[in-house]
Design a binder for this molecule. Structure first.
Ligand SMILES: Nc1ncnc2c1ncn2[C@@H]1O[C@H](COP(=O)(O)OS(=O)(=O)O)[C@@H](OP(=O)(O)O)[C@H]1O
Ligand SMILES: [Mg+2]
Ligand SMILES: [Mg+2]
Ligand SMILES: [Mg+2]
Length: 354
């Protein structure tokens, strides 16, 4: 039987795998002036830029007509200042080195990828800027977060390379690479590095980053009293005190697991935590589609439910942002409705949140 999106799945896995390798190289060699602070005060590193160059180059060669919505752009890389020049050359070197390896893709030659092909600096910068697509409700488009959880990446904790294919506003394919996540949730000190792959209607699986040991993931049915909350590390990204209030309404006694990035969706999909709650703080920040697209499909294909805090589906067809959604509530299907009710009760007590 031929499966839908088989080529897209294969290319997305190869691209995320390559970017995960690159991020490990960068982490081990990152030096102080290789991190910038963006306009919104969030950090971006040479790793974010070069991983976007690599993934976008692979996608553009394999699917030249598909637009890409990527988090990063080259504004900070194209200037003439010594800082810009140094950053640019480091990003180009890292991306060039990463793209020079075998990708394990059958059509690589035909697509102009692999060790025999070189990419000029200007092609690599343009590849990063292929990510500036504005999105919308119609057609195929990819969305990429080259390093999600950059703060976690810098701390040596959780981060993820996140890629999704959206068709007519629906996420059809999601791939998340988590280089620092334990392969076996019950062995936190065991081997690390996993990849989660979901295709709509075809289920969700976890494998090692090399592709070894693929196994389906499914959100378990938690006995009452065994639930716990997954939440952001950064208090500015989602209110911890609001989550505590929701936990009290649900009778949750276990302490929350704090983790950066879409690794939270991965943990949820394999039962390593029962609820992911992300309610907006007071800053007016609007969530971006690349921070939720692959994770949302992973949750659904693992048998869970994901909505915003008001119970509405996440709308990926409104451009680069989840403009009409308010926060995120993700959980197993037997738990989700109870969480929404608890969110409502908690927000009635604490008005500014919902
Ligand atoms: N103020 C505010 N509110 C909500 N979300 C924000 C905010 N600022 C940034 N971001 C986005 O959060 C992404 C990281 O989310 P995490 O869940 O990993 O946060 S945390 O680091 O665990 O706290 C992070 O993704 P990356 O930039 O890819 O790291 C941002 O897109
Ligand atoms: Mg960022
Ligand atoms: Mg992100
Ligand atoms: Mg990012």
């Amino acid at each position: 039987m031929s499966l839908f999106f088989a080529t897209e799945r294969q290319v997305a896995i190869a691209a995320v795998r390559r970017a995960c390798g690159l991020t490990s190289t960068v982490f081990n060699k990152l030096i102080k002036n290789e991190t910038l602070t963006k306009g919104d005060k969030s950090p971006v590193t040479v790793g974010d830029f070069s991983a976007q160059a690599v993934v976008n180059t692979i996608l553009s060669r394999a699917f030249p007509d598909d637009p890409i919505i990527g988090e990063e752009d080259t504004k900070d890389l194209r200037g003439d200042s010594p800082e810009s020049t140094a950053l640019r050359s480091r990003v180009i070197d890292l991306a060039t080195e990463s793209l020079a390896g075998e990708l394990g893709l059958g059509e690589m030659e035909e697509w102009g990828l692999g060790p025999k092909h070189t990419h000029t600096p200007s092609q690599l910068l343009d590849a990063i800027d292929r990510g500036t697509y504005s999105g919308g409700a119609v057609g195929r488009m990819w969305t990429l977060d080259p390093i999600d959880g950059t703060k976690g990446f810098l701390r040596g904790e959780q981060f993820a390379v996140c890629l999704a294919l959206i068709v007519d506003a629906k996420v059809q394919l999601g791939v998340i690479g988590c280089p620092n996540l334990s392969q076996d949730a019950s062995k936190p000190d065991g081997p690390k590095g996993c990849m989660f792959v979901a295709v709509r209607g075809q289920g969700a699986e976890q494998m090692s980053i090399s592709g070894a040991n693929p196994a389906p993931v499914k959100i378990p049915v938690f006995p009452d009293g065994d639930l716990n909350m997954l939440e952001s590390v950064e208090a500015a990204h989602s209110s911890h005190s609001f989550n505590d209030r929701v936990s009290r309404h649900l009778g949750i006694t276990r302490s929350p697991t704090r983790m950066d990035s879409q690794a939270k969706y991965c943990a949820l999909s394999r039962g390593d935590g029962g609820i992911y709650l992300r309610l907006p703080g007071t800053s007016g920040y609007v969530e971006k589609i690349w921070d939720h697209a692959p994770g949302s499909l992973l949750v659904e294909e693992a048998g869970g439910v994901i909505t915003d805090a008001r119970g509405l589906p996440l709308n990926f067809g409104l451009g680069r942002e989840l403009r009409e959604n308010h926060g995120v509530v993700a959980a197993g299907k037997f738990v989700h409705e109870k969480v929404l009710a608890a969110v409502k009760e908690a927000s009635e007590e604490e008005k500014p949140n919902v």
